[in-house]
Design a protein around this ligand. Structure first.
Ligand code: HEC
Length: 159
């Protein structure tokens, strides 16, 4: 019994030391500067309802205006979340929408509707810690109606 307790104690000490050790090399949490004239909000004809959906459910991973809660500074969570944000931004950065040519904007608009219709976005790792970020069927429709209208406008077929 006594040796078992000793072993458990040492295992705990090792775990605590490892936890402290991995805090040393945290990945950088960045928020690059935003040129407001290049954002999706400035470059498209967006309704306040659509802007609210993006702001509530997407901008933390798909813009340069990420809100970083305290736990994103704790390893190994930090590593996991910083990676998600960096990959999210690489796939689609709503703060740098103006950098895309109209063909790529069109493709991203289509993907936005596809991803939310499939329920793939916002990521399921995000929604539990951000109550209210999940989209209702009505909000998915609002988003898809808007992407359709915006794509028609881009291709010049809007009425
Ligand atoms: C927790 C972070 C996170 C949130 C929140 C999030 N995304 Fe993503 N998103 C990602 C990551 C990571 C990728 C790239 C990897 C992947 O496809 O899973 C991605 C990829 C995408 C892509 C590109 C898919 C492709 O085929 O290239 C689109 C479009 C997208 N997200 C839209 C959205 C929309 C719209 C929202 C809000 C309703 C949203 N995302 C919320 C992290 C996130």
């Amino acid at each position: 019994m006594k040796t078992l307790r000793k072993v458990i104690k040492w295992i705990l000490i090792v775990i605590v030391c490892l936890f402290i050790l991995i805090q040393v090399k945290r990945p950088a949490r960045t928020n690059p500067a935003v040129d407001e004239s290049q954002t999706i909000f400035a470059r498209t004809q967006m309704t306040p309802q659509v802007a609210a959906i993006f702001n509530r459910s997407c901008v933390d991973c798909h813009s340069n205006k990420t809100v970083w809660p305290w736990y994103t500074n704790v390893e190994p969570i930090s590593w996991f979340i910083v990676d998600h944000v960096n990959t999210g931004r690489k796939n689609m950065n709503l703060s740098e929408w103006g950098k895309l040519d109209s063909g790529r904007q069109d493709r991203k608009l289509r993907q936005i509707c596809d991803e939310v219709t499939d329920g793939a976005m916002p990521l399921s790792t995000y929604t539990p810690l951000h109550p209210g970020s999940k989209l209702s069927p009505a909000e998915v429709k609002t988003l898809c109606d808007w992407t359709a209208a915006e794509r028609a406008r881009l291709s010049g077929t809007a009425k």
